[in-house]
Each structure stands twice: as structure tokens, then as C-alpha cells.
Design a protein around this ligand. Structure first.
Ligand code: AMP
Ligand code: FE
Ligand code: FE
Ligand code: ZN
Length: 292
């Protein structure tokens, strides 16, 4: 592997997974070991708003002989308040503009989590210390960590149940947070030599979905791919995405969005075609992958 056109069709490539550097439940090294166990040939580490797991994951990838694409999932929000997740691969992790955006998002996520816990503590026996205890030091904090504290307190059985009730975006305990503009985020990723891919773009169950003009604006700004094969995209939305990809010359990916024990998603449940990985390797010039 490594040069264009050399991947066999049987190669298993999953380009979306989280470690405990954000809201996954495994360390980066444990995640790579799980990928090897799941017989993945190539995985991408895409923690929310952080690249802090890259070095550990790359070291583990060498040990296991598993290909690793360093990446990230950037929290974005349209000016109408619609949440957009932007995956990026092989970007320069030190790019100042990109660093500034993710630092702002991470800081905002912290005060937002504190505010949500404040609201929750009016009705549930839950303190900030309970939530802090669930977060790996330095990790990007999110609702999954609040969910873990609710589980530890015996208030809900698991994360899924927490998101279905107390923590949904329609809940009275929900608080929004600053997130990058998606068009600007696409521009920053390209400026950092990275490959921007719209994550689970039609996942209606998570909240409102971006309107077509947002897709077109992001494509005009340099978006390169759409994550079509993802369990949260309903079938009719996938057909629309495939048509859009054909019309605007984007590639499509398939991935698990694995979060360890935090979600039912399994490594390798969706896969990306080798030819698409070749395009990602061609466009991604800001960081080095590890390939076997
Ligand atoms: P936040 O970014 O803090 O608003 O939280 C959203 C994150 O929670 C997403 O990145 C998902 O990984 C996670 N999430 C969403 N729904 C669920 C669910 N049903 N079970 C577990 N995790 C979820
Ligand atoms: Fe997540
Ligand atoms: Fe996401
Ligand atoms: Zn994700």
C-alpha cells in the first residue's frame, strides 16, 4: 500500500472514530488495537475539535500494522443555528486559523457543559464534580460526558437513553455553544492542507439538517467529500447525497463513527472505497498518514 492505485478492493477502510481525547471510551492506543481486532486495514482518528490523540494513535498503528489517517471532526454551526460536523483528514494540526477555531469551540464547550449541569442540578442529584470525573484530562467535553455522569448516578441506563430523553437538543437542559461557521471551516481545512468531508450530513434524528444552499456554499469553498454511508443518514437522504456528489464532483465515504462502548456503532460497519482513500491521500498534504 501507499502509492496511488495499489489498494485491493478487499481493503477495509473506516474513516471516522473517536477516542477518549473527545467522547470515545477508549484511549487512542486502545482504539487502534480495536481497529486491528476488527480487521481494519486503515482507520482514521477523528476526535471532536482535537488532534491530541494523533501521536499515541500513530505509535499504536505502527505496533499493530494498521493504517492510520490522522483527522478531526470540527464542530460547526450555520448562521441559522444548524449544527454541522466537518470531518477533516491530514490537515496541518498547527495551522493557526484552524487552531484558533477549535480552541474557541473547546472553551465554549466547557462553559456550556457547566451551564447544562447547573440546569440539570435543579432537578437531578448531579454536580460538576460528577461530570468532571467522567472526562479524561484535556479531552474535548460534550454531552456524552454528562450522559456518563447520569449513568454513574443511576439516573439513566446508558448514553443512548440519556440522549433520547434528558440530553436531546429539544430538552430544556440543552444549551448551545459557539462553533465555527461551516464555510469558513472548509476554507481553513483546505488552507491547512487537509481534506474536508461533511460528516453524517442528513442525520435528521440529531436535530435540524443543513439546507441545500449550505451544501453548495461549502462545496464552493472547497468541500471534497460527503459521508454518505453512516447509520444516522436515512435512505432517502443518501440518494440525494449521491446525486449531489455526482453533480458537484465530490467523493463519498462510509464510516462507523465508533465511540467505543459509548454508542452501538461498530468499527467497520460502513467502509470507504480504496479509490476514495487514494484521493484523500492526494489532497491531504498537511500531515503524514501511517500506511502499511
Ligand atoms: P455535543 O457535541 O456535546 O452536543 O454532543 C453530541 C455528541 O454526542 C455527538 O458527537 C455524538 O457523538 C454523541 N451522541 C449523539 N447521540 C448519541 C447517542 N444516542 N448515544 C451516544 N452518543 C451520542
Ligand atoms: Fe461524538
Ligand atoms: Fe459527528
Ligand atoms: Zn463523530
Amino acid at each position: 500500500m501507499g502509492s496511488a492505485g495499489t489498494y485491493a478492493w478487499s481493503v477495509r477502510i473506516d474513516l471516522h472514530a473517536h477516542s477518549n481525547v473527545s467522547d470515545g471510551t477508549q484511549t487512542p492506543a486502545e482504539l487502534v488495537a480495536a481497529a486491528a481486532q476488527a480487521r481494519l486495514d486503515v482507520m482514521a482518528l477523528t476526535d471532536h475539535d482535537s488532534t491530541a490523540g494523533w501521536a499515541e494513535a500513530l505509535a499504536a498503528a505502527r505496533v499493530h500494522g494498521t493504517g492510520l489517517i490522522p483527522g478531526m471532526e470540527i464542530s460547526c454551526k450555520t448562521d441559522h443555528g444548524v449544527s454541522v460536523h466537518l470531518l477533516c483528514y491530514l490537515q496541518n494540526p498547527q495551522h493557526p486559523g484552524l487552531l484558533e477555531e477549535i480552541t474557541k469551540a473547546r472553551t465554549a464547550r466547557l462553559s456550556r457543559a457547566e451551564r447544562m449541569v447547573e440546569l440539570l442540578s435543579e432537578d437531578y442529584p448531579l454536580s460538576w464534580a460528577d461530570v468532571s470525573a467522567q472526562v479524561t484530562p484535556g479531552a474535548t467535553i460534550g454531552r456524552p460526558h454528562i450522559a456518563d455522569a447520569l449513568v454513574a448516578a443511576g439516573i439513566v441506563p446508558d448514553r443512548t437513553e440519556a440522549f433520547a430523553s434528558i440530553l436531546t437538543s429539544r430538552s430544556r437542559y440543552f444549551v448551545s455553544h459557539y462553533a465555527a461557521d461551516p464555510v469558513q471551516a472548509v476554507e481553513l481545512v483546505r488552507a491547512a492542507g487537509g481534506v474536508p468531508v461533511f460528516a453524517h450530513p442528513v442525520a435528521a434524528a440529531r436535530g435540524r439538517v443543513a439546507p441545500p444552499e449550505v451544501f453548495h456554499d461549502m462545496i464552493d469553498a472547497g468541500l471534497l467529500g460527503l459521508e454518505v454511508e453512516h447509520r444516522d443518514n436515512p435512505a432517502e437522504g443518501r440518494s440525494w447525497l449521491r446525486k449531489l456528489a455526482r453533480e458537484r464532483g465530490l467523493f463519498i465515504t462510509g464510516s462507523s463513527d465508533y465511540h467505543g462502548a459509548g454508542k452501538p456503532n461498530l468499527l467497520g460497519e460502513n467502509l470507504t472505497e480504496p479509490a476514495v482513500l487514494e484521493r484523500i491521500l492526494e489532497y491531504g498534504t498537511g500531515a503524514d498518514p501511517f500506511l502499511t
